[in-house]
Design a binder for this molecule. Structure first.
Ligand SMILES: [Ca+2]
Length: 241
């Protein structure tokens, strides 16, 4: 078992599994990634093998290839890709972070109004300049995506801030094995754990409870909470597309 998974299992043993067919979590319509407002996105996925030519949306606040922010896992570039596009769909900036299959990745992208910075396992990867407004799409924030190329793999944690976390804060979260998060400007926090799944809401849809206290609960359309000790991630077959 990869070292990162062993470390994770010391404090957490669950992850949400997305089947790549029709699974997604819908957060709702948010305007967190618009204009030049600062933000941070934390994502802890465990990807299976993605072959060359395969790519899957994992976090997006826009229709794929249209205005707004997208994060995906790609076999082409062997990376988690982050990209931001204009309202005509044209590309503004992107920042890719390499991945290792079957290994928990602690990914952070931050934006301070001038630079997007990318981190993997609390190590700075690179930065890109972004001084153009991100267009507002009015599209819901979706994890796993609902109608196009869906993510297949695991997600342990998701967090969003409306400020740029510092490198030291990112190191502290990583050192805590994603158990301690700064509360200042936290907009959303999901952790995969049975205690944080609400069986059904008033619509009959299970919810991933937002631990930020802001009520940004995610509607769970298909993803299943998986005990990683009983269903090791290595049993996943390669993703082909
Ligand atoms: Ca399904």
């Amino acid at each position: 078992m990869p070292l990162q998974i062993q470390r994770l299992l010391k404090t957490a043993k669950y992850a949400m599994y997305f089947d790549g067919v029709d699974d997604y979590v819908r957060v709702g319509v948010v305007d967190w990634f618009t204009g030049r407002k600062p933000w941070s996105i934390l994502l802890c996925p465990i990807p299976p093998v993605y072959t060359h030519g395969s790519w899957r949306w994992i976090f997006l606040n826009a229709v794929p290839n249209k205005a707004g922010i997208h994060i995906y896992v790609s076999g082409n570039i062997q990376s988690f890709g982050m990209e931001i596009r204009r309202s005509d769909g044209s590309f503004i900036v992107g920042l890719d972070i390499p991945y290792t299959p079957y290994t928990l990745a602690f990914l952070v992208w931050t934006y301070d109004g001038n630079y997007v910075r990318g981190y993997r396992n609390a190590e700075f990867i690179e930065s890109v300049t972004l001084t153009e407004d991100i267009p507002y799409t009015g599209y819901p924030l979706i994890i796993g995506h609902d109608s196009y190329v869906r993510y297949r793999g695991y997600v342990y944690a998701v967090a969003v801030y409306n400020r740029a976390l510092s490198a030291e804060e990112i190191r502290e979260i990583y050192r805590s094995n994603c158990s301690v998060f700064p509360s200042s400007a936290l907009q959303l926090l999901y952790i995969a754990n049975p205690d944080y799944i609400r069986d059904v809401d008033s619509d009959g849809v299970p919810e991933w409870i937002d631990l930020s206290g802001n009520g940004n609960h995610g509607k769970i359309y298909g993803p299943t909470l998986t005990n990683l000790r009983k269903a090791p991630v290595r049993k996943l077959q390669p993703v082909m597309r």
